[in-house]
Ligand binder design. Structure first.
Ligand code: ACO
Length: 382
């Protein structure tokens, strides 16, 4: 029998069309609905980019204020979500809190749909669910960090834009403009990236006609892994291990001898550099200057140049975003939850796209287990 043509990890397999974003590794570019991501990051608030990803177009002023109104109305930490998070042990990973919180929101938002055929919702309902979830997540991520620090949640501010309010909710003080700008850029860069593992997970779940929240919960599970979203946390662990720029060479000698993967480097699609890195690195540079931390830039540059020279593997978005979030004051454990808050936009855009043109995603496998065998003594019914 002919050997099946197995595409391990689905590498190189084109599964479907998408109009949400285009990743082009040859030109090192990433387009959201046709717009280069660096142009969006330099000019737009994340709320406008969310509108673009969900609907296909940047919002008019009226559309942006409508979206912002709904987003602001949903900013509070809801009692059901807080109660569920409080049940989770403090030494559990915050991604477990975020995953649980979205499950609770899903049960609340889809209650009454006891016939599973009804849970999927209409396109309009799913757009509204997406905006509400986008609005609700910052309070969850912020509370997760605050409770680890023994702090009470902070009331959301409806006079601040999304990024500024997110920082307010986390730190209880208004952030400087340069910090808000760098954070807004990171949220835009993280918002969407075609058929990555978590988005594909969301699409697989959606393809069974399950609801939007179930798909997002599954996507959060996929994002937690260090080969995907968990890498931004892992970058900080590496920075902590290395300590300072002078230690890069001996540290790298040992790490490579031990065949360790260097987190924040490499990408399944981009082999000559991640299109998002220059924009995020520029944002990191503004933070380095703002907080007067040239040591961070020195370590960043030393590890990048030596690893690229030795292995020819380039940094991905998690490499500059990890130290940027650290400088802003986020705990390392909060980095992947921040990725969730941003990527929920892309996930929900893909969920709606999958719903609009659905086919159950169900690949085949090639069996390589034992040949047929039988239970000793088993006598079939006649
Ligand atoms: N450190 C050391 N070696 C690496 C790295 C790395 N970061 N990335 C790839 N390689 C090596 C592999 O060991 C492998 O070498 P080999 O052929 O000698 O065995 C070769 O490069 C190919 O790597 P694969 O892992 O097979 O390539 P793949 O396309 O499957 O991997 C991945 C992409 C998973 C992202 C990988 O580069 C990696 O593990 N990076 C570290 C984790 C990370 O930063 N993830 C974030 C992804 S981007 C994001 O989510 C925003």
């Amino acid at each position: 029998m002919a050997e099946p043509d197995i595409k391990k990890g689905l590498a190189g397999v084109v599964v479907d069309y998408t109009a949400v974003s285009k990743v082009n590794p040859d030109t090192n570019s990433l387009l959201y609905r046709g717009y280069p991501v660096q142009e969006l990051a330099a000019t737009q608030p994340v709320e406008a980019v969310a509108h673009l990803l969900w609907t296909g177009e940047l919002p008019s002023e009226d559309q942006l204020s409508t979206l912002r109104r709904t987003e602001r109305e949903n900013r509070a930490l809801q009692p059901d979500v807080k109660a569920a998070i409080d049940l989770i042990p403090l030494d559990a990973h915050p991604m477990d809190e975020v995953r649980t919180a979205v499950s609770v929101i899903g049960a609340r938002e889809t209650r009454g749909t006891l016939n599973v055929m009804d849970a999927v919702g209409t396109p309009q309902e799913n757009l509204e669910r997406s905006i509400r979830l986008f609005g609700e997540l910052p309070a969850i991520v912020a509370y997760s960090q605050r409770r680890r620090r023994g702090l009470e949640p902070v009331e959301a501010r409806d006079d601040l834009d999304y990024a500024a309010n997110f920082l307010w909710l986390t730190f209880g003080e208004e952030a400087d403009e340069v910090v808000v700008d760098a954070f807004n850029r990171s949220m835009i860069l993280y918002a969407e990236h075609s058929f990555n593992a978590s988005t594909f997970t969301a699409r697989v779940i959606t393809s069974t006609l399950s609801d939007l929240y179930s798909a997002v919960v599954g996507a959060i599970g996929a994002l937690k892994g260090p080969l995907h979203g968990g890498a931004n946390e892992a970058v900080l662990h590496i920075f902590d291990e290395i300590g300072s720029a002078e230690n890069v060479t001996p540290w790298l000698d040992t790490a490579l001898a031990e065949k360790r993967k260097i987190m924040g480097f490499g990408h399944r699609v981009y082999k000559r550099g991640d299109s998002r890195v220059p924009t995020m690195k520029a944002a990191l540079d503004t933070l380095v200057a703002h907080y007067d931390r040239p040591d961070v830039a020195a370590l960043y540059d030393a590890l990048e140049s030596e690893f690229v020279a030795r292995k020819g593997i380039y940094p991905n978005l998690d490499y500059p975003s990890g130290p940027a979030y650290n400088l802003i004051g986020f705990d390392t454990l909060t980095f992947t939850p921040l990725f969730v808050a941003a990527r929920v936009v892309g996930w929900t855009a893909h969920i709606m796209e999958q719903q609009a043109s659905n086919a159950l995603i169900r690949p085949l496998s090639a069996y390589n287990g034992p040949d047929e065998r039988h239970i000793e003594g088993y006598v079939p019914d006649t």
